[in-house]
Design a protein around this ligand. Structure first.
Ligand SMILES: [Zn+2]
Ligand SMILES: [Zn+2]
Length: 104
């Protein structure tokens, strides 16, 4: 394990992360969810660009899921279809049902 595998905010080992169109995956899902829910701040914590939606997914280093613009725009439709779980309060999408339960 090296420093790249730890959250840039809380320094806990990264297991789950929140990714958006900017591709940053250095912050853990808990920090991303807290940032969006408590502070109502929807910017990426790394590059500070506005991220209207966020996908919570397992952290797998360079193999972590990356979203294309099409996939990003498609998240809402997939949530409507029940393919991914969705938490409206944080505009957060989850491709893992167990992790969705944890964050919820
Ligand atoms: Zn963290
Ligand atoms: Zn970013």
């Amino acid at each position: 394990m090296n420093v790249d595998d730890c959250c840039a905010v809380c320094a806990e080992p990264l297991e789950w992360t929140g990714v958006s169109i900017c591709g940053h995956k250095e912050t853990c899902s808990k920090c991303v969810a807290r940032w969006r829910f408590v502070l109502k701040d929807t910017r990426c914590m790394v590059c500070k660009t506005e991220q209207p939606r966020i996908l919570f997914t397992r952290f797998m280093g360079d193999f972590t899921t990356r979203l294309t613009a099409e996939q990003y725009d498609d998240l809402k439709r997939r949530a409507d279809n029940g393919e991914v779980n969705y938490i409206a309060a944080i505009e957060g999408y989850f491709n893992d049902p167990n992790h969705y339960q944890q964050i919820k």
